[in-house]
Design a protein. Structure first.
Length: 209
């Protein structure tokens, strides 16, 4: 069982700093991360959104059914602003802007970004020099599709370090971290963030506001 780090406590929810590799769905090796936290706290907990297994970072987990319904609705209505940090090798096709396009499921759970705009996945991004050969990216997904950010970076010609599914440089960890969540819940504004991981190229990041 993992020792999980709660970054923020509220009467209705926790903000968990999900470790990379912690699964949203139980597998043969371990329970889901929500059930692991439930065992740690002794509470019945409810997931309200998800992060890919290899993605680390800010995960909201409701502490009662009413909060789960309300927070899930905020995500569904895109009322929660999300900021991710990613690190990739190489030079992107553009250094900032909007990545927009329909996503197509091609094979074995892989996706690709299309030029069509019928129901596009959209990600606003800004990139900055990290060290020779590498840049870090602040990603603001405006939609919430499977592998959206990973496919978005691949579309720039710079797949995320550790993302071998999409051609990224080999590393033990996927360098994609859910960093901040901002939202209004029951007439109170929240701007919450979790610590950045201390492995791999994340250790080279400057101080970021």
């Amino acid at each position: 069982m993992r020792a999980l780090s709660i970054a923020f406590h509220h009467a209705d929810f926790y903000l968990l700093n999900k470790p990379a590799g912690a699964p949203m769905h139980a597998n043969e090796q371990e329970l889901s991360v929500v059930h692991q936290l439930a065992a740690q706290t002794g509470e019945t907990l409810f997931p309200v959104h998800r992060l890919d297994t290899p993605t680390s970072g800010a995960l909201l987990i409701a502490r009662n059914a009413a909060a789960a319904a309300e927070l899930s609705q905020l995500f569904a209505q895109r009322q929660i602003s999300k900021t991710y940090i990613a690190i990739a090798a190489g030079k992107p096709k553009k250094k900032q802007g909007l990545i927009s396009g329909d996503m197509d499921n091609v094979r074995r759970g892989n996706w690709r970004l299309l030029h069509s705009q019928n129901n596009p996945a959209q990600t606003r991004f800004f990139s900055y020099s990290l060290k020779p050969g590498y840049r870090y990216y602040l990603l603001h997904p405006l939609t919430g599709r499977t592998h959206q950010l990973r496919v978005a970076l691949k579309s720039l010609g710079t797949p995320i370090v550790g993302d071998q599914r999409y051609g990224g440089e080999a590393h033990e960890y996927l360098h994609l971290h859910a960093w901040k969540l901002s939202f209004s819940y029951q007439q109170q504004a929240f701007s919450l963030q979790v610590d950045i991981p201390n492995y791999g190229l994340f250790n080279d990041l400057p101080t970021i506001d």
